[in-house]
Ligand binder design. Sequence first.
Ligand code: URA
Length: 240
Amino acid sequence: MANTQRVDKILSNMGYGTRREIKQILKQGRIKVDGDVVKEGKLHINPKEAKIEVDGEWVEYKEIIYIMMNKPQGIISASFDKRVKTVVDLLSENYKIFDPFPVGRLDKDTEGLLLLTNDGKLAHELLAPKKHVPKTYYAHIEGTVTEDDIVKFEEGVVLEDGYKTLPGKLKIIKSDSNSEIELIIHEGKFHQVKRMFEAVGKKVTYLKRLAMGDLALDESLRLGEYRELIEEELNILKNR
Ligand code: URA
């Protein structure tokens, strides 16, 4: 049974819908494997050898992968760089062969949740400015963060280039000369969190992304560790 997988999982991984949706498509007799209609999602086949058809169209097998990484500092969010280590360099060869790329960027000195995939469509949906996917950050701030800052962030702050941000939801965890906060923003301008704090006269000294939409960083991943998303997490991202 080596190299075989359930047919519903293969189709779901290839972007034909959630397992539940695939179940419907199978029931409707729209899937053929090697010329025969298949109605059972649990049938095991080798996707690299079997000829799969959906609605009479042959589907070319391409493995789509989704990886969650706890990005460490000192690594850049790119696929390739001549000089500096990238997040893709951290992946093992069996993932690299699928050409994953990071979905959006975290600064070199930012830690936390980074998604890597070769699913261009999903990446585009998560990054499209119009979608306003919320991103949650945890940060250490040099300077006392106050209720006044909460109000300012709620109204949107004006960055040094004159851009007024969308409202951000600021939560103070600790308020003294080295404050701790959580911030939810709905856009992803370059250095956005750092620039929002600069706009209120404070400095981010440590930054970590905790969540993208409803997908939260698995805190059991140590810095630099990664794992594939489980089906529930993928559904969270796809059904938003
Ligand atoms: N905002 C920043 O300033 N840096 C990041 O890496 C992410 C958001």
